[in-house]
Design a protein around this ligand. Structure first.
Ligand code: SAH
Ligand code: SF4
Length: 382
């Protein structure tokens, strides 16, 4: 009999599970706090938990971690873990420390089915959805591993922000995503505010609408192009949910969103989407006339090249000129700092060891992406 993975449950789910064992909800809350706040996996160590419950859990349930394949630290403090998710698949999780926050970039799928041209994960093809437990195991492990490494005092938190911007399209794994988000937000879990949990999507319109109702958190939309023909080419999902529908969904989302703007991500591709004309088209798209202005911020991402994309990063001067067109028109525009690129941990460089779904001819043309680049390889986690 396989053991029930307690990381698969949000608090309501755990309460229902405990009820099935004849236990009251407050016992589930205690258990939940041991797991997520203290990082405990051993029921025997959960000292204030009734012995009767500990006995029932032993042999039927577990807190199932992901196996760590590698842990790498970048010169800039970014840390990347590669986790084994079985069947030849691996996913990556990245911790990005900044002065005032610690952000964890979490994966939602092994591979991705959307297949954006500029994305290394997309080029790998889709392998499978992660479970809620596998999504949460990334946060659970990173938070408690870092507390230990950084010698944090009891009660101190390392991770203040979570961004669903690792491998995969989170809104194509909706059923597993939502309970995971709820644990991140739960005061008995990680206690993160809705503003500090961000779902990034390439634009799965119906699921943006559902998220608004089920669990509104901060939303980032990967735009990358201001017109449908160009976006059809860069983000193939646009053929199903074109820009007008996507922007309408963003407007609806704002009615429930914890922030009063949507973040649009725009990856700067040399000679593809980075001209002043593209910037003006982008302005026209989000500004519209009068009250139709969509409250948003633009985050320009320097493209992180990988060989098989055939694309190049825009020159710094081009990115600045593009930003200026937007800023001069009053649109808040930032240029993302590239972090962790020496360990292939920057946006779009997360490739994992995903089982190859593409055909052999394509595969032969590939240049493998090194898992360990010019960086320190730390000792594997205990
Ligand atoms: N699937 C979701 C979340 C994961 S991708 C999405 O597409 O939003 C996270 C971000 O990295 C997205 O904005 C994506 O467009 C960007 N990205 C992907 N490949 C990139 C690359 N090679 N260089 C820079 N950014 C990239
Ligand atoms: Fe998937 Fe996002 Fe990469 Fe597109 S950018 S292929 S949606 S992970």
């Amino acid at each position: 009999m396989s053991l029930v993975n307690l990381l698969d449950f949000d608090l309501d789910g755990l309460a229902a599970y405990c009820e099935g064992l004849g236990e009251k909800r407050f016992r589930a809350t205690q258990l939940f706090r041991w797991i997520h706040q203290k990082g405990a996996a051993d029921f025997g160590a959960m000292t204030d938990l009734a012995k009767s419950l500990r006995d029932k859990l032993a042999g039927t349930a577990e807190v199932r971690p992901l196996a760590v394949l590698t842990e790498q630290a970048s010169a800039d403090g970014t840390i990347k873990w590669l986790f084994d998710v079985g069947g030849g698949n691996a996913v990556e999780t990245v911790f990005i420390p900044e002065d005032d926050r610690g952000t964890l970039c979490v994966s939602s799928q092994a591979g991705c089915a959307v297949g954006c041209r500029f994305c290394s994960t997309g080029h790998q093809g889709f392998s499978r959805n992660l479970t809620t437990g596998e999504i949460l195991a990334q946060l659970w492990f990173a938070e408690h591993r870092l507390r230990e490494r950084l010698n944090m005092a009891p009660g101190e938190r390392v991770i203040s922000n979570v961004v669903m911007m690792g491998m995969g399209e989170p809104l194509q794994n909706y059923a597993a995503l939502v309970p995971a988000l709820k644990v991140m937000l739960d005061d008995h879990g990680y206690g993160l505010s809705r503003r500090r949990v961000t779902v990034s999507t390439s634009g799965v319109v119906p699921m943006i609408d559902r998220l608004r109702v089920d669990c509104p958190v901060a939303l980032a939309v990967s735009l990358h192009a201001p017109t449908d023909p160009l976006r059809d080419d860069l983000v193939p999902l646009n053929r199903k949910y074109p820009l007008a529908e996507l922007l309408a969904a963003c407007r609806r989302y704002l009615e429930a969103a914890p922030r009063d703007f949507i973040t649009f991500e725009y990856c700067m591709l040399d000679g593809v989407n980075d001209s002043d004309d593209h910037a003006r088209a982008l302005l026209a798209l989000v500004h519209g006339p009068g009250e139709h202005r969509l409250p948003c911020k633009i985050n320009l991402i320097p493209f992180n090249p990988f060989p098989e994309s055939g694309l190049l990063r825009s020159a710094r001067s081009r990115v600045l000129a593009f930003a200026k067109v937007l800023q001069d028109a009053g649109l808040v525009t930032t240029i993302r700092k590239t972090r962790g690129d020496d360990i292939d941990a920057a946006c779009g460089q997360l490739a994992g060891e995903v089982q190859d779904r593409t055909n052999a001819a394509q595969r032969r043309k590939r240049v493998p992406i090194p898992v360990v680049a010019a960086a320190t390889q730390l000792k594997p986690a205990p």
